[in-house]
Design a protein around this ligand. Structure first.
Ligand code: SAH
Length: 246
């Protein structure tokens, strides 16, 4: 008989921001596997469950634990923040899953930081957008740079994930410098720290100003397209219905 692992996106933080489907998958699980910080974010509701925590950077190990637990006959849920398929472990699970043909994988969608952060800022994703992660742990910096240039040239609204870490303090500045070679410095931007968690903080600024801001790894950055405006303190990308033109 096949066993099954649920790969669950838990949204940005608070339980209300998880989907009902994600909550059900966790309710039915015998064991919940995840990165230490995200397991502790789950709170009281799942306190009685068996938890298997692994530290950051041990992603392969975390995936293997899931398959091993499933083979013991346990119902397993692997949690990732936001959406597990967006800069999360869903794809690695399918790759490692080639070695475990008796295990079926189900991905449960979650609210990704682009979506939850946009809601906090207003409506910056009202038109075509793309996301770029500034982390070069798994992607060469040249590729990141190429994608930033292409996004700017295509007049996409741009969402930056992983804008900073302890080892990459100046990456946002580097990204802004690349964008500033294509986009004007007065372009409106915004960023949100700790979406759906304690200490949510938002800022709106220009691309010029963004270049000199220090953000942390729990921040998602939004760079408007040529039609993005600040309306009553909120970041809005017009869809072109009229009435928003200035
Ligand atoms: N799978 C996640 C993304 C993981 S990559 C998702 O779909 O949201 C990690 C990056 O996501 C962080 O560096 C940050 O840019 C963004 N992020 C995730 N959760 C966040 C939160 N609660 N608040 C702000 N940014 C967040």
């Amino acid at each position: 008989m096949k066993n099954r692992i649920y790969i669950v996106g838990t949204g940005p933080g608070r339980e209300e921001m998880m989907t009902e489907e994600a909550l059900c998958a966790l309710e039915q699980a015998d064991v919940i596997v995840g990165y230490t910080t995200y397991l502790s974010l789950l709170g009281e509701r799942f306190a009685g469950k068996e938890m298997r925590a692994t530290p950051m950077r041990q992603e392969k190990e975390r995936c293997r634990i899931c398959f091993e637990e499933a083979q013991k006959g346990k119902k397993v849920a692997l949690i990732c923040s936001g959406d597990a398929g967006i800069y999360g472990l869903a794809s690695l699970m399918f790759e490692i899953g080639k070695d475990y043909p008796q295990t079926e994988l189900s991905v449960v969608a979650g609210v990704t930081a682009a979506s939850s952060g946009a809601a906090v800022l207003g409506a910056p994703l009202g038109h075509d957008f793309c996301t770029v992660s500034l982390s070069d742990l798994l992607t060469p910096w040249e590729t990141i740079e190429k994608r930033l240039r292409a996004a700017a040239a295509g007049d996409f609204v741009l969402v930056l994930y992983n804008p900073s870490s302890h080892k990459r303090k100046d990456y946002l500045k580097r990204a802004c410098d690349i964008l500033l070679s294509v986009i004007e410095g007065s372009r409106v931007c915004g960023y949100v720290e700790n979406i759906g968690r304690e200490g949510t903080r938002t800022e709106l600024c220009t691309l010029d100003a963004l270049r000199d801001r220090e953000v942390n790894m729990f921040t998602t950055v939004f760079i408007g397209n040529s039609g993005t405006r600040i309306i009553n303190g909120r970041l809005v990308t017009k869809r072109g219905y009229g009435g928003l033109h200035d």
